[in-house]
Design a binder for this molecule. Structure first.
Ligand code: GLP
Length: 244
């Protein structure tokens, strides 16, 4: 794992956008898995600007969904589907055939998980995954206590995730379950980037980078990954022992 600390959110976002561009330049048919949430928002804006200006070509790339709120339709602005359409797929002009997201309204969620795993296998694995970190140390919806041996699965969301998740929605919503790629996908991905910014993330970043690697804190698995990079701003780094 490589840790890079930036003066501000803009700096880390620019760095993450450059990693994504580097990946597509190395491999035009790269398979990406990009998280939703507030943390990577600026990365996607900068990526879009760069693509518009320099004409980097994403037309051969594939995009895998990281996670979704079970029962929330794609038309809901709080859904991961809506977020990715708005912040990534439409701005980059990605065609529907190259987008592979969970159907969180499916009556057969185990089948959704199975077909996602098959898609990832068929595409030869994920080349680059960009993740954020939940306030409880989750990655995607891999909540504390999750087995690191799982591929896609449906999971009960812990209370903190149910509460923090309200910030994405216009009005209160019931968030009980998530459908997510597993830590096994995360560990098998060729390059994983984790981004976090702001003081609110300082405590969980400290725990994730300094405590023992354990399924009780899924983000600690970033240190087990063979090729991972953590980009954080100085506020998120403010509680780290070594960064001081
Ligand atoms: C959410 C998502 C994650 C996201 C994380 C952090 O609940 N399931 O994919 O990365 O929590 O979100 P944010 O960047 O808004 O802090």
């Amino acid at each position: 794992m490589k840790l890079e600390i930036f003066d501000n959110y803009e700096g880390l976002s620019l760095r993450a956008a450059k990693e994504i561009i580097g990946a597509i330049q190395r491999k035009p048919s790269a398979v990406f898995c990009l998280a939703t949430g507030d943390s990577p928002k600026r990365t996607y804006e900068l990526l879009t600007n760069e693509v518009t200006q320099s004409g980097v070509d994403f037309s051969k790339a594939h995009f895998i969904g990281l996670d979704e709120w079970v029962g929330i339709p794609p038309s809901n602005p709080g859904s991961c589907h809506y977020y990715l359409d708005t912040n990534v797929f439409r701005p980059l002009g990605i065609s529907a055939a190259r987008i592979h997201l969970f159907d969180a309204l499916s009556k057969d969620l185990p089948n959704e998980c199975q077909s996602m795993d098959e898609t990832i296998r068929r595409l030869g694995g994920i080349d680059l995954m960009l993740v954020g970190i939940g306030m409880n140390g989750h990655v995607g919806f891999n909540e504390p206590g999750v087995s690191p041996n799982l591929y896609s699965h449906v999971i009960h969301l812990d209370e903190m995730t149910q509460n923090v998740g309200q910030k994405y929605f216009n009005g209160a919503v019931v968030l009980k379950q998530g459908i997510t790629l597993g830590l096994k996908h995360f560990l098998e991905t060729k390059l994983v980037l984790l981004v976090a910014n702001g003081e609110k993330k300082a405590a969980i970043i400290k725990r994730s980078l300094e405590e023992n690697i354990s399924e009780n804190l899924p983000a600690t698995f970033i240190r087990k990954h063979a090729n991972s990079k953590v980009f954080i701003d100085s506020a998120a780094a403010s509680k780290l022992i070594k960064a001081r």
